[in-house]
Design a binder for this molecule. Structure first.
Ligand SMILES: [Zn+2]
Ligand SMILES: [Zn+2]
Length: 414
């Protein structure tokens, strides 16, 4: 038997996007994630070799977006939480819809999406599953979004694959804790950047800013990912008493979250938060929302979705504000807004007069938190992935472990 551990990233290792990693050990091949980078055009990882098992940490498209493609070629078994299965199914269907409307090709069909859904073996945090005679996979909550997991593969060595992780409690989910392991495969979305403030202070800053915008007669637009960020914002706003409207897929996702209360920090709070919000069902609702105080709407990167129709109406209003709360991927519309004060309306760039401000409500561990987490895991080796700034983590971590920074496609023996 070949005891060597070999890994190969098919994408997403030197960037925050399209993550996929093949791990080979004891003649077993595992595929961790199979994501895509949504965008114009979307970007895909390299094709995958035949694998024995697929492990999916969570539903975000940069982790799950290409899962259906596996089924256009062969059947697979996927381990993930049932909630991740449901939410990623929704995102996959939406991906095909968006691709059609924008004229991009997506290499899978609705049949593949259905098969992906049916091939999920639901697993739960704090449980484990035997894989053949040699391996066991243990599941740990990742603290990133509801239902998100980290995978601990236990054979001769313990290997921890983090996916996206967060160690602090947010309104929506509880943070995760380090897991003792020999090899740590660590995400680095926020490598080199610390979250500037405590969560509570950031929440107060956001509410103060909304107050200012509302008092001067403007609308506060909060572009947010349908999955987790929009619910987090609803929770932050729940006691503030504003007239809040919620548009996009976030409503369906909220319902899914409420079905799986065990993954939420407080289902009761989420229920209360959603009860106070108005949901947009139609164009009429959209008109009403424009007269409201706060609009939470997708897409988070502002590359499409209802947010652009709101911005079309509000772009010349200096009293209104766009309050960004997420990571602004290079090349995205929200990055354009932050850097140049402009938005791309389906091919036409226009100046935006609204105030623009960024509030860091990340669902990822910041730089120091990543170091703290890595030290807590006490590994011999650390593989850095899912980051456009891995160098920032090399120095602080090379004292505690051997560091690997593989490139896409490179075969690495651990
Ligand atoms: Zn994520
Ligand atoms: Zn990610």
């Amino acid at each position: 038997m070949d005891n060597n551990i070999k890994i190969q990233f098919l994408g997403g290792v030197e960037e925050v996007g399209r993550l996929a990693m093949v791990l080979e050990i004891d003649n077993m091949k595992y595929l961790f994630e199979y994501g895509m980078s949504p965008g114009k055009p979307p970007k895909f990882p390299l094709p995958h070799p035949p694998v024995d098992l697929v492990l999916l940490t969570h539903a975000h498209l940069d982790h799950s977006g290409m899962i259906p493609w596996l089924f256009s070629r062969t059947d697979q078994r996927i381990l993930s939480t049932e909630l991740t299965g449901l939410v990623s199914n929704l995102l996959h269907k939406d991906t095909i819809k968006i691709a059609k409307s924008e004229g991009y090709a997506i290499p899978y069909s609705t049949t593949d999406i259905k098969e992906a859904k049916n091939s999920l073996t639901p697993v739960e945090p704090a449980q484990k599953e035997n894989i053949g005679d040699d391996h066991e996979v243990r599941f740990h909550s990742a603290g990133h979004i509801p239902g998100s997991l980290m995978f601990e593969l236990v054979g001769e060595k313990k290997i921890l694959f983090t996916g996206d992780l967060n160690i602090i409690d947010t309104q929506l989910v509880k943070g995760t804790k380090p897991v003792q392991c020999d090899i740590l495969i660590l995400e680095g979305t926020y490598a080199g950047r610390d979250h500037p403030k405590k969560r509570e202070e950031m929440e107060k800053d956001l509410l103060d800013k909304i107050d200012e915008v509302v008092k001067r007669g403007g609308v506060a637009v909060l572009p947010a990912f349908a999955v987790a960020r929009s619910q987090e914002l609803a929770l932050i706003l729940r006691k503030a008493g504003y007239n809040v409207w919620f548009d996009g897929m976030g409503r369906k996702v909220s319902k899914m979250f409420l079905k799986y209360q065990r993954y939420l920090r407080s289902a009761d709070n989420l229920k209360k938060a959603l009860d106070k919000i108005n949901f947009v069902h139609s164009d009429h609702g959209r008109k009403l929302a424009l007269k409201a105080e706060v609009i939470i709407t997708s897409s988070g990167m502002m590359d499409g979705g209802p947010v652009l129709s709101y911005m079309r109406h509000l772009k010349n209003d200096p009293k209104s504000a766009v309050l960004l709360t997420g990571y602004q991927v290079e090349g995205s519309n929200c990055r354009l807004l932050v850097d140049k004060g402009k938005l791309d309306f389906y091919g036409v760039r226009e100046k935006v007069e609204c105030e623009v401000q960024y509030f860091d409500f990340s669902a990822h561990a910041g730089h120091s938190e990543l170091i703290e987490f890595a030290k807590g895991c006490n590994p011999e080796k650390i593989v850095l992935m899912h980051s456009d700034n891995r160098e920032a983590l090399v120095k602080p971590l090379e004292d505690i472990a051997e560091i690997y920074t593989p490139k896409t496609g490179e075969l690495v023996e651990l």
